[in-house]
Design a protein around this ligand. Structure first.
Ligand SMILES: C[S@@+](CC[C@H](N)C(=O)[O-])C[C@H]1O[C@@H](n2cnc3c(N)ncnc32)[C@H](O)[C@@H]1O
Length: 273
């Protein structure tokens, strides 16, 4: 373990070698979290998801918007529901664990969904055309500013004229009581590790961005996970979307609709190209 490295402030948006969504062990824990219908884990709870699908499909009917791209689709919980409502759905995610589950689940239910295992920052999904692009559960905010712009620009290219990009973000309200922490524990058979390890955790604020860092120290190796999250006010996001060429930007309380209010921890945007 390099104590000096641990003691340095992590540069903003630095990428850790490990990623929670692609690390084989943590990705399995996250699949369990996705499938837990009671909790707002990797997917929101079942009641919210159902309300969300009803609102999205009401607002953007299949007759006008037949072709959907679900960016960061996870194990396909939303994708399956859109497919059942008659949309032509592509789900893209870089977690092989989630995509394998999604493909098997679709096959079992004879649902025709096009799943792609790829990194949405690197893959050329903007070469296809869609009527709706969804990014659900505040995924845009986990990216660097450069990554966020990359997604908005690719989405602008990938949408048919009149098509919509619909996504949610966390607002500053989410972190209004934020307190930086540094904690440690010895653990095994936990969310993070099956083997015994020393788990060091740190949370830190960088203006509107927050870092949740986890270091797992083993006898013979170390694993590090950085999880970044940037929060946005609606004004900031509207500005970003407008700069990218989006128009008619609507703001809602969440990806399940409702009017936005200043106390809300999330905001949802539906932007037209
Ligand atoms: C919070 S989960 C939300 C999953 C899904 N949208 C839902 O609400 O059920 C974030 C998803 O984005 C995926 N993801 C994160 N970064 C990605 C990237 N760079 N490329 C593709 N998928 C990514 C993760 O694997 C994960 O499935």
């Amino acid at each position: 373990m390099n104590i000096n490295e641990l003691n340095k402030k992590v540069p903003l948006f630095a990428r850790s070698e490990e990623n929670i969504w692609t690390d084989p062990y943590v990705a399995k824990q996250l699949l369990t979290a996705h499938l837990d219908e009671q909790a707002d884990g990797a997917t929101r709870n079942k009641v919210f998801v159902e309300k969300s699908v009803e609102w999205l499909t009401d607002q953007f009917p299949v007759t006008e918007y037949p072709k959907i791209l679900d960016l960061g689709c996870g194990p396909g919980i939303y994708a399956e529901k859109f497919c059942r409502k008659g949309y032509q759905v592509t789900g893209l995610d870089f977690s092989q664990t989630s995509i394998d589950y999604a493909q098997q689940s679709a096959e079992l239910q004879t649902l025709s969904i096009n799943y792609v295992c790829a990194d949405y920052l690197k893959a050329d999904w903007q070469k296809e055309r869609y009527d709706l692009i969804f990014m659900i559960y505040c995924d845009l905010g986990v990216l660097s500013h450069q990554g966020q712009r990359c997604i908005l620009q690719k989405a602008a290219q990938a949408l048919n004229p009149g098509g919509k990009l619909v996504f949610d973000v966390f607002t500053p309200e989410r972190y209004k009581d934020f307190v930086p922490t540094q904690t440690w524990q010895i653990e095994e058979n936990s969310f993070w590790s099956v083997e015994t390890c020393l788990h060091l955790q740190e949370s830190r604020q960088y203006s509107r961005t927050y870092l949740d860092a986890h270091h797992l120290i083993y006898q013979d190796k170390q694993k590090t996970f950085y999880i970044w999250e940037t929060v946005f006010t609606p004004e900031e996001m509207i500005q970003e979307l407008t700069t990218t060429g989006f128009k008619e930007i609507e703001v809602y309380k969440s990806i399940a609709g409702d009017l936005w209010g200043a106390d809300d921890e999330t905001a949802c945007f539906a932007a037209t190209i």
